[in-house]
Design a protein around this ligand. Structure first.
Ligand SMILES: Cc1cc2nc3c(=O)[nH]c(=O)nc-3n(C[C@H](O)[C@H](O)[C@H](O)COP(=O)(O)OP(=O)(O)OC[C@H]3O[C@@H](n4cnc5c(N)ncnc54)[C@H](O)[C@@H]3O)c2cc1C
Length: 539
């Protein structure tokens, strides 16, 4: 998999990604925004860094002294720069708020422990003083996973795991590697490359997201067909809690009772702070091939993907854009704006491995796809996707600046429910974001499938619409309606972004009252003062 350089700069405080890569919008996109979606330039400009509004720090001198005694005075930061950069995550509502100068959710301090023991001590100090703790990895959450409920607390700290950034050991015989959680994905890949290994986890947030964040939010990368989801990779996990240390996982599989790793995976910092993990790794592939296929319709392409997922062998990357996403060219962000209306639906299929394995899987997959109506387009669309794959999120800043709201959301369901779910989400988004009156507009709703299983798949939607005077309210209304529609249509509220605050209520409906009670009981036991990420995950 082609991997970008590790960004040297901290992430843009008001937008996505590496400041050096900030991109303008291509002219055809601007034209489409104006003519097709009725987008008008916003009247308000985004604030400058100096104009961001922060509440005063509420931590007492005693808390400050106790935290400094654990991690060192310089690792407890209360300056504006540190606080603003640890405010919320990177969803579109997060960006709309910070661009408007609103940093009311900023932590009072950013604390950076240097070891597992220091994390345990920080949690003890915060429990004693009733200070809320937000575990902070790369800060790329898109579900409100980095905002603590302040009520009843003497303050909030962001517990940044950035100093826990080592590859601790490699077991080449078992294909395992022990990592600390604060490594960003490209750093981990670089370290593994020195051993001829790869993790194979390539989400679109790859440049900035961390290993701990992947485990805490059950992330899934774009090559999940071949390498699996991140939660499949976690063989063992160590967690610091206010009550001490938990360590789970000591064999590849076990019948020794329920698998308590699963209680940590997806717990989004509400039960403890992940301080190390033993991850399954793979030998670095000798060969990589990406290519494109065309299907007449999304339904036809979906059927073909299902057959591949059920009959195998599996490619490494398997994704299918619907008609709208193919038309806009979102599958190839470098070439966005081609606007081919007769392009059908583009599937990108990739294979990584040794030459014989790649050749075998390619031949078998091609047989299946062509037998179900797929037309082979050659390597160009696949290579273009692989080259531009981390580029799309950079377009969001330009779209927001131009007066468009753009956001993504995702879900998953069994194959037999998938087309109903697809129709329901598209309909609800179109109705909720469509505007009537003299300047009537319809939003652009696009979708792709990029994670497939024998029993079902995920659906990933991108929506672009003209901003109203209240873009936050506009999106909030639409998102509530979609969450409800997903539940009714039988989908899960998240396939890989997680729960955070944004999906908390929908998640509660999904797991039922008893499920919520189990989560509350576990939390009460591990975190009796309730300091860990209050308001996230658990209603
Ligand atoms: C542009 C963009 C593209 C994205 N693409 C994808 C994608 O392709 N696939 C995907 O799965 N996700 C994607 N995401 C979502 C996000 O990147 C993932 O949820 C990722 O797992 C978050 O990692 P992070 O290190 O940034 O965690 P953070 O955002 O810092 O934290 C996420 C949650 O985990 C908790 N947490 C963080 N570290 C720890 C720890 N060490 N111990 C305990 N709790 C912790 C936090 O408190 C928070 O609740 C995308 C996000 C953006 C902005």
């Amino acid at each position: 998999m082609e991997t970008p350089d590790i960004p040297a700069e901290p992430m843009l405080w008001s937008g996505w990604g590496d400041p050096a890569k900030a991109a303008g919008l291509p002219a055809p996109v601007l034209k489409m925004l104006r003519e097709l979606l009725g987008v008008r330039e916003p009247t308000r400009r985004p604030v400058t860094f100096g104009e961001v509004r922060l509440a005063p720090v509420t931590l007492s001198a005693a808390v400050f002294a106790d935290l400094s005694a654990v991690v060192g005075r310089t690792e407890v930061r209360i300056d504006d720069d540190a606080r603003i950069r640890h405010t919320r995550g990177k969803s579109t509502p997060d960006l709309l708020r910070i661009r408007a100068g609103d940093a009311c959710d900023a932590p009072d301090a950013v604390v950076r422990p240097g070891s597992h023991e220091e994390v345990v001590e920080v949690l003890r100090v915060c429990s004693r003083h009733r200070v809320a703790v937000v575990p902070f990895g790369g800060g790329t959450s898109v579900v409100g996973g980095l905002v603590a409920d302040r009520r009843g607390f003497a303050g909030v700290i962001a517990l940044d795991v950035g100093r826990l950034n080592r590859l601790l050991s490699v077991d080449a015989e078992s294909l395992l590697a022990d990592f600390e959680p604060g490594l960003r994905a490209p750093q981990a890949e670089n370290l593994l490359a020195g051993h001829g290994l790869t993790l194979g986890h390539f989400p679109q947030s790859y440049e900035y997201a961390t290993l701990g964040g992947f485990a805490a939010a059950r992330s899934s990368g774009q090559a999940s067909a071949g390498y699996g989801r991140f939660d499949d990779m976690v063989m063992a996990i160590t967690v610091a809690t206010p009550r001490g240390t938990m360590e789970f996982g000591r064999a590849p599989r076990s019948a020794a009772g329920p698998d308590l790793r699963q209680l940590v995976l997806g717990s989004e910092g509400a039960f403890g702070v992940i301080t190390s993990m033993r991850l399954r790794v793979r030998r670095a592939p000798a060969e990589r091939v990406y290519e494109g296929w065309r299907f007449e319709s999304f339904a036809a392409g979906t059927g073909a993907l299902r057959r591949v997922a059920q009959n195998g062998p599996m490619p490494t990357v398997l994704r299918l854009s619907d008609e709208a996403e193919t038309m806009v060219g979102l599958a190839k962000p470098d070439q966005i704006g081609g606007f081919q209306t007769d392009a059908g639906c583009l599937a990108v299929v990739g294979y990584e491995g040794d030459a014989a394995d790649v050749a075998y899987r390619r031949e078998k997959t091609a047989e299946t796809l062509s037998g179900l109506g797929g037309v082979y387009l050659g390597p160009e669309p696949g290579e273009a996707w692989a080259h531009g794959r981390y580029g799309a999120p950079y377009l969001r800043d330009g779209l927001l600046a131009a007066g468009a709201t753009v956001e993504t959301l995702e879900t998953a369901a069994f194959w037999s429910d998938l087309s109903r779910l697809y129709d329901a989400v598209r309909l609800v988004l179109s109705v909720a974001l469509g505007q009537t009156g003299p300047q009537a507009t319809t939003p652009l709703v696009m979708c792709h499938i990029s994670h497939v299983y024998p029993s079902g798949a995920s659906l990933y939607f991108t929506v672009v619409t003209a901003q109203t005077g209240d873009p936050l309210g506009q999106w909030d209304t639409a998102k509530r309606a979609v969450n409800e529609a997903i539940g009714i249509a039988g989908g899960t509220i998240s396939h890989h972004h997680g729960v955070g605050r944004d999906h908390r209520d929908a998640y509660a409906l999904e797991i039922g009252e008893l499920g919520v009670e189990i989560l509350r009981t576990v939390k009460d036991r591990l975190d009796p003062a309730g300091i860990l990420n209050p308001g996230v995950l658990i209603p």
